[in-house]
Structures are given as structure tokens and as C-alpha cells.
Design a protein. Structure first.
Length: 400
């Protein structure tokens, strides 16, 4: 019995392993496809994956094996198998689905349906596609739900509501599928995405604070009290006027927040983009990274925190930024009108060892060899192209 229990634990630990690369999945709204980028080589791999009509939101499962893509005009969620990079299922969602998030255990999807006063968060069984609940989040004040994110412990779901009045966040109890609080925010009519800190104590909401200069803000929320604790007005270097904000992501170590700004320079007719970098210890802006002379949208970060991927919607490309230098390292062409709102990069694999420990590698290898009868069999079972790719992934994991 003890041996069987140990094997079951090992299967759980290594069952989520993926190939060495953490692929990025880019939803191309006008193309009705998803482009796949290998984050090792920064190249598009394979052919674009056909999905539904106007794909928008993207969420990767915690084990990296599935990618969920909302299709606005189809009213559906496409399910992509990352082993074959093909759409293998289509789940019904609510009307005009935009944002999507996955629970930490991978069991549930949360879909934001931008249907004005009738907006909802649709809760979906991630395995079967069955609708579990449709939670009302809209109201009669021009409120509509555009984004959704789940706390790291899976207990709270934040529905991001944009409005002609003030933007709000509906706080949903994941156990009861009920709205338990509504957080008022300083911005209006441009709250699209939010991100939790890794420890779940704070959430960061990107939004435009409508004023004479349309100054955008990053709103900081205390999760325990459901209150706004800071409002960071994003800078306008060079006398520019910041037109809007969009994607937001927190670094894996929780030390930095990256938020996309679209800017309109004085006297210019085109919008260009930057990423504002915020130090979470001080809530101070510590850098502004120029991106592209076209408006940008989604943003995601690699699991090791070294690279940002920023979607250039009107340039039909993705900009890659090295977070250690804040410099652009690549611009990758993708499909037409890319969006990819949400977490669109696969997670790191997990193994039996403890990252940072001297015996992490040997413990992980030993566990794999015992479970699968050798590393060749383990590499094949866990989708690695070779034993070397598996060994490289273990090294990456153990370095922490």
C-alpha cells in the first residue's frame, strides 16, 4: 500500500511535465486562429490553429496540457491539446466571452461574458465542458464584464467590470459561486485585466482614469479586505498623453508588475506603446519600456521571469523583452489583430526534487526512473523530444 501511495504521489508531481520550451499561444482575432511561439527560439512553430470567430482570451491549464481560448462571436471556448497543437473540443460559454481563467487545480474555467447589464461569469467544468454556474456580474449602470482572474489559492475569483460610471471588481466566492463583495475603483470604462500577486495578498487592475489627459492608473487592491489601497498614476515621459492601459502581469517572484500602456504623443496621430514597470515593495514606477509604434494589448511572462511577451495588436506581432535589461530582443510576426488577453505561456514542469536543494536533480531523476522504468520511457511518456530535453527541464526546475 505504501509503495502504491508513493507511486501515485510521483505521478501527480511529474504528470504535469512539458517539453523544455514553454510555448506562447497567441489568439489572432481577425484570423480566427492561434499562433504558437516557441519561447526558446522565439519562432512561430507549426501552422496557425483554427478556432472560433474572433478569439480573444487565452488561459493555459496549470499542467500545461490544455489551452483555453474564448471566441467572442461564436460564444464558445476552444480547447487546444498542447501535445498536438490542435483544437480538440469546443465548450459553450455565455454571450460575448472575453476573458478566461483556470482554477489552480485545473478543474474549472471561469469565462467573462461581456453582455452589458446581463454580463456573467460562466463557470465551466474543464474536463467535460459542462456549465456549472452562470454568475450575474452586470448591472443597469452601463456595467459589463471584460476580464477574470483567480486567486493563487483558488478561493476567490475577480470579475473585472468596465463601466460608463465607475469600474468595479466583483469578488466571487469560488466555493459557492456567489458574488460576496463589489470593489469600487477610481477608473471608468477601461478595466480589462487584473493579476494577483503570487502570494495572493494583492491584486493589480489596469484601467484608464478618465480626465482631461485620460491618465491611466494601476489600481492596487488588498485581497483580504477587498479595498483599494493605492492608485499608481502611470507616467507620461516626453510630454506624451497616455491614452489607455490593457494587459497586466506580475513577475513570478512578486517583485515587479508590468502593465501595457498605449500612448498618444502630442501633435502625433499614431498610438505607440510602452510597458510600465512597478516595484511592488514601493508601488513606484521604476522603468518604462518602449514597445512598438502600434497599440499593444495582452502581456505574459515566462515562468522563470526573464522574458515578457507583449502583443502588438495593430502591428500583427509580438515583442519580446528581456526583463533583466528591459530591452527588446525580438519582434515575432503572428496572425491578424492578435489579442491574447490572459496568461498565454505554458508553465514550468514540476518534478519530485525540491528546487534549490543539492539533491534536487538526483532525486527527480531517481523518481522518474523508478516510476517509468528508465529515463527513455519517462521522456516519451512526458512528451519530451529526448532524454536530454528531459534532463534540461529537470536542471531548469532544480535551479529554482
Amino acid at each position: 500500500m505504501k509503495l502504491l501511495t508513493t507511486i501515485a504521489i510521483l505521478i501527480f508531481i511529474v504528470g504535469s511535465a512539458q517539453g523544455l520550451a514553454q510555448n506562447a499561444y497567441i489568439a489572432n482575432a481577425n484570423s480566427g486562429t492561434v499562433s504558437v511561439i516557441d519561447t526558446r527560439t522565439n519562432t512561430v512553430i507549426g501552422s496557425p490553429i483554427p478556432v472560433g470567430d474572433v478569439p480573444w482570451g487565452v488561459a493555459v491549464s496549470p499542467d500545461g496540457r490544455k489551452v483555453y481560448v474564448t471566441n467572442i462571436y461564436s460564444g464558445t471556448v476552444s480547447v487546444i491539446d498542447t501535445r498536438t497543437n490542435t483544437a480538440v473540443a469546443t465548450f459553450p460559454a455565455g454571450r460575448y466571452p472575453l476573458g478566461v481563467a483556470v482554477s489552480p487545480d485545473g478543474a474549472r474555467l471561469y469565462v467573462a461574458n461581456d453582455n452589458s447589464a446581463a454580463s456573467t461569469i460562466t463557470v465551466i467544468n474543464a474536463e467535460t465542458g459542462a456549465t456549472i454556474a452562470a454568475i450575474p456580474t452586470g448591472n443597469g449602470n452601463g456595467n459589463s464584464t471584460a476580464g477574470v482572474t483567480v486567486s493563487p489559492d483558488g478561493k476567490k475569483v475577480y470579475a473585472v467590470n468596465l463601466s460608463t460610471g465607475e469600474d468595479t471588481v466583483s469578488v466571487i466566492n469560488a466555493a459557492t459561486n456567489a458574488v460576496v463583495a463589489t470593489i469600487s475603483t477610481p477608473g471608468k470604462w477601461n478595466a480589462y485585466q487584473a493579476a494577483f500577486s503570487p502570494d495572493g495578498t494583492k491584486a493589480y487592475l489596469s484601467q484608464t482614469q478618465i480626465s482631461s489627459t485620460a491618465a491611466p492608473v494601476l489600481t492596487v487592491i488588498d485581497v483580504a479586505t477587498s479595498t483599494v489601497v493605492d492608485t499608481i498614476v502611470l507616467g507620461n515621459p516626453g510630454g506624451t498623453l497616455v491614452d489607455a492601459t490593457d494587459g497586466v502581469v506580475v513577475s513570478p517572484d512578486g517583485k515587479r508588475v508590468y502593465v501595457v500602456n498605449d500612448l498618444l504623443a502630442s501633435g502625433q496621430s499614431f498610438i505607440y506603446s510602452q510597458v510600465s514597470v512597478i516595484d511592488t515593495a514601493t508601488d513606484a514606477i521604476v522603468a518604462a519600456i518602449p514597445i512598438n509604434a502600434n497599440a499593444s494589448a495582452g502581456i505574459s511572462i515566462t515562468p522563470d521571469g526573464t522574458k515578457l511577451y507583449v502583443i502588438n495588436t495593430f502591428a500583427n506581432s509580438v515583442t519580446v523583452v528581456d526583463t533583466r535589461t528591459n530591452a527588446t530582443t525580438a519582434v515575432i510576426p503572428v496572425g491578424s489583430f492578435p489579442i491574447s488577453a490572459g496568461n498565454f505561456i505554458q508553465p514550468l514542469p514540476r518534478f519530485a526534487g525540491t528546487p534549490g536543494k543539492a539533491n534536487c536533480h538526483s532525486k527527480s531523476v531517481s523518481a522518474l526512473a523508478k516510476q517509468y522504468g528508465g529515463l527513455n520511457a519517462a521522456a516519451s511518456a512526458l512528451w519530451f523530444a529526448s532524454v536530454k530535453a528531459l534532463q534540461d527541464a529537470i536542471e531548469d526546475y532544480c535551479e529554482g
